[in-house]
Design a protein around this ligand. Structure first.
Ligand SMILES: Nc1ncnc2c1ncn2[C@@H]1O[C@H](COP(=O)(O)OP(=O)(O)O)[C@@H](O)[C@H]1O
Ligand SMILES: [Mg+2]
Length: 242
């Protein structure tokens, strides 16, 4: 990311309440780097952070801006600023077939749906997946559906891409492919994951702990700190049980 470019994502003193849980209370973060990992225990707030950035949740106070616009602004260009791959592909997929789902990502171009379906087929064919075009989404495995979501995001090509536990359902070839695609992507990519090896090499990793930033720095050091903390917690639990 050029030092002169506007800050892609900036949250200031954010308070977020979901149900009866205060997830964030005064969270301030600037997310400038082109590759950022987000790690931490279940319930730490990783998905909630993504939902705020995408404008799916509104902060009770504080502000979230994405490429210079309020995350809540419902302008047509929002899809061009940020896009998210949900942990569960079924939360994301709308259409019954693969080509229709991918064509949706092309819809901002204003061309007829038939033209966009044809272009979606070409994208699939270029990746050796032409046979998926007319497949019913429901006939794909969870990992394959996640792959469709990734393709949809790449076609939409927002400036910032948020991937929420994208590796969890992928097989080994799928994970390797996604690692390569993340490496090659021209956009800002933020990845939440429990599989630390996928973000260990990132220039920045943030460890969230109960809605607060516990550590923030280069991937190798933050992943090592988190692993050491998990090991210490397991050890003390083991001693308590023993
Ligand atoms: N739909 C929801 N309604 C109420 N509370 C929620 C909801 N989703 C998540 N939470 C709570 O928000 C906190 C953060 O959750 P989440 O962002 O999903 O964490 P992570 O993605 O790191 O596992 C947790 O305490 C969780 O229980
Ligand atoms: Mg989550």
């Amino acid at each position: 990311m050029s030092p002169l470019a506007p800050c892609p994502i900036h949250m200031d003193q954010v308070r977020l309440v979901r149900g009866t849980t205060t997830v964030f209370d005064g969270l301030t973060l600037r997310l400038n780097e082109s590759r950022i990992g987000l790690i931490g225990d279940n319930g730490a707030g990783k998905s909630s952070l993504f939902r705020l950035i995408c404008g799916l949740d509104k902060p009770a106070s504080g502000s979230v801006s994405v490429w210079g616009q309020d995350a809540q602004s419902r302008t047509a260009e929002r899809a061009g600023r940020v896009g998210m791959m949900f942990q569960n592909p079924d939360d994301q997929i709308i259409f019954p077939t693969v080509e229709e789902e991918l064509a949706l990502s092309l819809s901002p171009n204003g061309l007829p749906r038939k033209v966009n379906c044809q272009q979606a087929r070409e994208v699939l064919t270029a990746r050796g997946l032409g046979h998926w075009a007319e497949r019913a989404i429901g006939s794909l495995s969870q990992g394959q559906r996640q792959h469709v979501c990734w393709l949809a995001l790449m076609i939409a090509s927002p400036r910032s891409v948020l991937l929420d536990e994208p590796f969890s359902s992928l097989d080994l070839p799928g994970r390797t492919m996604l690692d390569v695609e993340i490496l090659k992507a021209s956009q800002q990519v933020i990845v939440s994951t429990h599989l630390l090896n996928h973000v260990r090499g990132f220039e920045r990793v943030i460890w969230l702990d109960k809605g607060q930033v516990r550590a923030d720095g280069n991937g190798a050091s933050v992943c090592a700190a988190y692993e050491a903390d998990v090991a210490a917690r397991c050890q003390s639990q083991h001693l308590n049980i023993g």
